[in-house]
Write a protein that binds this ligand. Structure first.
Ligand code: ADP
Ligand code: MG
Length: 248
């Protein structure tokens, strides 16, 4: 792979990233010149109204779609310079997505769901089971490894999805409204797991898209998107104090 930066603390960098869907009069500008970086050990929350570009930001950051212009750099790799095969490898080894609706495969057990990314990367299922079980243990579901998604609560399913997103040491976690389908207590638990994963000191970091300011307060920094632009940024501690003030 090209463009490897020496021991950088920056996990993800977006430089002037714009994204347009379609062309001509019906073109939609989903992102317009976004600059954003995420360091190792850092969780960044992205907030904004529906349609402001949050999901597009994650899709582009995760190399699922190339931006119309601008540059995405993941762990020192300029995505635009990678071949399709290199990009697929980088996605499998460095990136983990967590979606609102969990996206677990119903016919696979929790352990098999978490093993899957490793098996897709060529690991035998036997070899993949150990790190998969470790990842499940981190989200406190080691004792549910043999359960199918339908036997797990929503919060447990989402924790399986987090385990799947980080298994095998993948470092950049991109979570798109991961608490959207959960009640707020369960949502908090899922965020605590995400937070502790980023704090674990293994060099991970992530972006958390959320509508809920209480959930965003779990992040180190909150970025607000409007019409595809970052319009404001604040430290999460500021939001926590604000919320505490409102609840007092
Ligand atoms: N695949 C797509 N094709 C065309 N327009 C899209 C596509 N995905 C998103 N959009 C448009 O881009 C804008 C940003 O969407 P999105 O990134 O999904 O925002 P959010 O996640 O904040 O709701 C919206 O106007 C949306 O309709
Ligand atoms: Mg969205």
């Amino acid at each position: 792979m090209t463009g490897h930066a020496a021991d950088s603390d920056i996990l993800l960098q977006l430089d002037g990233v714009s994204m347009q869907y379609g062309r001509g009069e019906t073109a939609i500008t989903a992102l317009a010149g976004v600059d954003l970086s995420v360091s190792r050990g850092e969780l960044v929350a992205v907030m904004g109204a529906s349609g402001s570009g949050k999901s597009t930001l994650l899709t582009v950051a995760g190399g699922l779609t190339p931006p119309t212009s601008g540059e995405v750099v993941v762990e020192g790799h300029w995505l635009s310079q990678l071949s399709a095969r290199e990009l697929a490898t980088l996605r499998r080894r460095s990136l983990g997505f967590v979606f609102q609706d969990f996206n677990l495969i119903p016919s696979l057990t929790a352990l098999e769901n978490v093993s899957l990314p490793l098996e897709l990367d060529g690991w035998t299922s036997k070899k993949a089971h150990r790190p998969a079980l470790d990842a499940l243990t981190i989200v406190e579901l080691g004792d549910r490894a043999g359960h199918f998604p339908s036997d797990l609560s929503g919060g447990q399913q989402q924790r399986v999805a987090i385990a799947r997103a980080v298994v095998g040491g993948r470092s950049l976690i991109l979570a798109d409204e991961p608490t959207g389908a959960l009640d707020s207590t369960t949502g908090e638990l899922v965020l605590r797991m995400l937070r502790s994963r980023v704090d674990a000191g293994a060099g991970a970091g992530g972006i958390l898209v959320t509508h809920d300011a209480r959930h965003a307060a779990w992040a180190d920094r909150i970025v607000f998107l409007r019409d595809g632009r970052i319009v404001d940024e604040s430290r999460a501690s500021a939001v926590s104090s604000l919320l505490a003030g409102l609840q007092a």
